[in-house]
Design a protein around this ligand. Structure first.
Ligand code: SF4
Ligand code: SF4
Ligand code: SF4
Ligand code: FES
Length: 413
């Protein structure tokens, strides 16, 4: 393994380039276009035309993307400054990340980025206690801190680099805020042209719906066709996940756990089943794994795959694009195809405690199953001659064949 020195610290280099090695050794070098899910070597070239809100923006095609230029370092024995994300490791290399030249060059680059990006959030003395709605500094609304404040990578990078050198006045780009397509809100006034979104869409998602042009010397990102839908966007949200600013957002926001409103299938399932995980396993052709995920929360997947009223589908965000994912039918598919997997482990340690469960409907059966997995001795009391509660007496046989219900109850017994 190569050994290099960064800021006087000798390091066994784990990583392909100086930036990766420094971050692995917990030496921070500011960066914006690099992202752990994206290959540092992934190249992007400008297009002839992209669209922002249906309006074409044009530029010279085929120009390589130069990068954010913030990750500059000095390498002992080499002229000038180097982008650490593109500098391969060499044994014995000596790297300096915080010389006055490096700091000055980063500040200049940051100033250029912030010329067309609102930056009140970086300068306002009251920003920390601000409610983001009423501006006590009377900053015009488009220039105020956006609602990414506090979780914005650009803001953190700018705070690290520092703004003592002063920032240029903000020159608004006046792009419209794009809210008319499903699931995504795009505000390219906040875009810094890092192209993470373009690369994740092409290299990770495989949709290749986005591109960029260089217009008046500035990177303009947009969709390849007038709308995202026409560009082949799958509305997966990967671009939102990687965007380091507030330029890309989900249409829904909410209080509490982000997952609750971004993954409503899971939060609306009364059992809290991890729907995305088992759907993904099914997509990968792994029904047994899918069934294991379902059994984490539900002991009657064959039954519920037939009769659940699926509130998850009602809330599925895919319905904003075309139709909800057929989650209930997929549960049944997992149960039908994932055979061979036994949900009952062999080595349950008995607790010596006894639990009585009143009623053998779906709730009673579920409670009994998981209590016995915890090692308790469970007795279910049922007033009807056979177990199953409403599953047996409230649902006709053609919807829930009795042999399916009996099989799942036997497994619980
Ligand atoms: S994207 Fe970040 S830096 Fe830009 S206004 Fe929002 S919080 Fe501030
Ligand atoms: S939502 Fe997904 S498919 Fe659409 S632009 Fe973003 S990354 Fe590409
Ligand atoms: S929209 Fe976000 S991810 Fe895409 S180039 Fe702009 S800042 Fe980067
Ligand atoms: S992180 Fe290296 S050029 Fe952007």
């Amino acid at each position: 393994m190569a050994t290099i020195t960064i800021d006087g610290q000798k390091i066994e280099a784990r990583g392909n380039n100086v930036l990766e090695v420094a971050l692995d050794a917990e030496i921070y070098i500011p960066h914006l276009c690099r992202h752990p899910q994206l290959e540092a070597s992934s190249e992007v070239h400008s297009m002839r035309e992209v669209y922002v809100g249906g309006v074409p923006h044009k530029g010279e095609p085929g120009m390589p993307f130069e990068g954010c230029g913030l990750c500059l370092v000095q390498i002992d024995g080499r002229e000038g400054l180097h982008k650490s994300c593109h500098t391969p490791i060499e044994d014995g290399m000596v790297v300096i990340t915080d010389s006055p030249e490096v700091k000055k060059a980063r500040q200049e680059r940051l100033k250029a980025l912030l010329e067309s990006h609102p930056h009140a959030c970086l300068l306002c003395a009251q920003s920390d206690g601000c409610d983001r709605i009423n501006c006590s500094s009377n900053i015009p609304e488009p220039e105020r801190c956006c609602d990414n404040f506090g979780k914005c990578e650009l803001q953190k990078v700018a705070q690290f680099i520092g703004t003592e050198m002063g920032l240029p006045p903000y020159k608004p780009l006046n792009f419209p805020i794009l809210e008319d397509e499903p699931l995504l809100v795009r505000d390219y006034n906040l875009c810094i042209g890092c192209l993470r979104c373009v690369r994740v869409c092409r290299d990770v998602k495989g949709s290749d719906a986005l591109g960029f042009v260089v217009e008046d010397g500035r990177v303009v990102v947009g969709s390849k066709a007038p709308t995202l839908r026409e560009s082949g966007c799958q509305f997966c949200g990967f671009c939102i996940e990687v965007c380091p600013t507030g330029a890309l957002k989900d249409t829904v926001t909410g209080v509490g756990e982000r997952e609750n409103f971004l993954v409503p299938c899971k939060s609306s399932c009364p059992a809290g089943t991890d729907v995305p995980r088992y759907v993904r396993y099914l997509k990968e052709g792994r029904p047994e794994e899918a069934l294991k995920v379902i059994y984490e929360k539900l002991p009657i997947p064959e039954t519920l795959g037939r009769v659940c009223f699926h509130p998850c589908e009602t809330d599925c965000r895919r319905s904003q694009i075309d139709a909800p994912v057929a989650i209930c039918a997929l549960k049944r598919a997992a149960a039908d195809m994932g055979g061979g997997f036994s949900p009952v482990p062999q080595d349950i340690r008995k607790t010596g405690k006894s639990v009585a469960v009143i009623g053998s409907g779906p709730a009673g059966l579920t409670a009994a199953f998981y209590l016995s997995l915890m090692g308790h001795s469970v007795t279910v009391f049922e007033s009807l001659p056979e177990p199953g509660g409403m599953l047996r007496v409230g649902i006709p046989d053609y919807r829930l064949p009795r042999e399916v219900l009996d099989r799942e109850i036997r497994l619980i017994q």
